[in-house]
Design a protein around this ligand. Structure first.
Ligand code: NAD
Ligand code: TYD
Length: 358
């Protein structure tokens, strides 16, 4: 089996579902079930023996050691993290704890376990660290997209904590020979995405008739990848990636935020028309995020040339599937919008006056 950390979150949950469907190999899923973890995402696996769920913290060394000894996974795929930039601005401490200390704890536990494996199992073991393009910082409008050789220039507490974890993973390869792989991926979207991030927030707010808050002038650029494409990329890197290497994963879909929001509105107008008029009437420019990176763009040539991976979805196909999923799953959306969620929305948006720079 494999050990997945953070497998009740957005990408980890999609990965667990995808992994079991595609490979049939069992998964041990270690997740602390923070606000971002949701077992409803994994409801279809409730009676499936191939999914073993353990609630716990990746910073708990004793717990991780015990799980490795009991379940003896052949690989660790590490998703668990605090992942939202705006939350990292309001409270960076938890990002340092989980993303830095937690990755360190896992690396040390993995190293001890790997050292004790018999030669064949030791040779086949892998530690795959899931990271982000945000470690590279912000690009000028005409600058070439991030390659794996781009310097690390993180600008938010979130990206700085992820950059730190990437450095640790690299060091555990060079110093101890731990068989690691790292993926740096662009912005994901798709089913089971917590509605604090741009795309699900816009869908959920539009359907509720609430304002669609666009930060600053709305001209920040991100590359967007459908989450199932990210899952297939991780499977490919795990199976064929060269040890110690990093692979950029992206969708070849650079989009401005305002264009994303208009696309979401146009598709909702088509798929769930509102008698009150186009959802675009709800677009509201609000105060910008401090330190807001202007542009991310991923050059995913290495993973394509070395491992033959390319995304299956275009943005147009992926966003349509995503919106259809939200329309078909109002129960999932309703359940994640708990009291804690509402407190976060108040914290993040109440202080942003309307009227960004657009
Ligand atoms: P998420 O916030 O949706 O999920 C994170 C999961 O980790 C949750 O289930 C949470 O309960 C769990 N978790 C948090 N702290 C934990 C701890 N101390 N111990 C155990 N579990 C803990 O995040 P996501 O969007 O699914 O991102 C997954 C990974 O992918 C992260 O490492 C993130 O940095 C990376 N990534 C995300 C994106 C994106 O667009 N979402 C893009 C590139 C990379
Ligand atoms: P987000 O989904 O938080 O991902 P990240 O900051 O990791 O890229 O945000 C994506 C972009 O959308 C980013 O430029 C910030 C912007 N944004 C808004 O304009 N309004 C919002 O309410 C949110 C959450 C994000």
């Amino acid at each position: 089996m494999i050990l997945v950390t953070g497998g009740a979150g957005f990408i980890g949950g999609n990965f667990v579902l995808d992994w079991i469907a595609e490979t049939g190999e069992p998964v041990l899923n270690l997740d602390a079930l923070t606000y971002a973890g949701n077992l409803e995402t994994l409801a279809s696996l409730a009676d499936d023996e191939r999914h073993v769920f353990k609630r716990g913290d990746i910073c708990d060394r004793e717990l991780v050691d015990g799980l490795l000894q009991t379940y003896r996974p052949r690989a660790i795929v590490h998703f668990a993290a605090e992942s939202h930039v705006d939350r990292s601005i309001h409270g960076p401490g938890e990002f340092i704890r989980t993303n830095v200390q937690g990755t360190f704890t896992l690396l040390e536990a993995a190293r001890a376990y790997w050292n004790g494996l018999p030669p064949d199992a030791r040779a086949g073991f892998r530690f795959l660290h899931v990271s982000t393009d945000e470690v590279y910082g912000s690009l000028e409008p005409q600058a070439p997209a991030f390659t794996e050789r781009h310097p690390f220039e993180p600008n938010s507490p979130y990206s700085a904590s992820k950059a730190a974890s990437d450095h640790l993973v690299r060091a555990w390869y060079h110093t101890y020979g731990l068989p690691v792989l790292t993926t740096n991926c662009s912005n994901n979207y798709g089913p089971f995405h917590f509605p604090e991030k741009l795309i699900p927030l816009m869908i959920v707010n539009a359907l509720a008739g609430r304002p669609l808050p666009v930060y600053g002038d709305g001209l920040n650029v991100r590359d967007w990848l459908y989450v199932k494409d990210h899952c297939s990329a991780i499977r490919r890197v795990l199976a064929q990636g060269r040890l110690g290497e990093t692979y950029n994963v992206g969708g070849w879909n650079e989009k401005r935020n305002i264009d994303i929001v208009h696309t979401v509105c146009a598709l909702l107008d088509e798929m769930r028309p509102d008698p009150a008029g186009s959802y675009a009437r709800l677009i509201t420019f609000v105060q910008d995020r401090p330190g807001h990176d202007r542009r991310y763009a991923i050059d995913a040539s290495k993973i394509e040339n070395e491992l033959g991976w390319r995304p299956a979805e275009t943005f147009e196909t992926g966003i349509r599937k995503t919106i259809a999923w939200y329309l078909e799953n109002p129960g999932w959306v309703e359940h994640v919008q708990s009291g804690a969620y509402r407190n976060w929305i108040d914290t993040n948006y109440a202080s942003r006056q309307n009227g960004g720079t657009a």
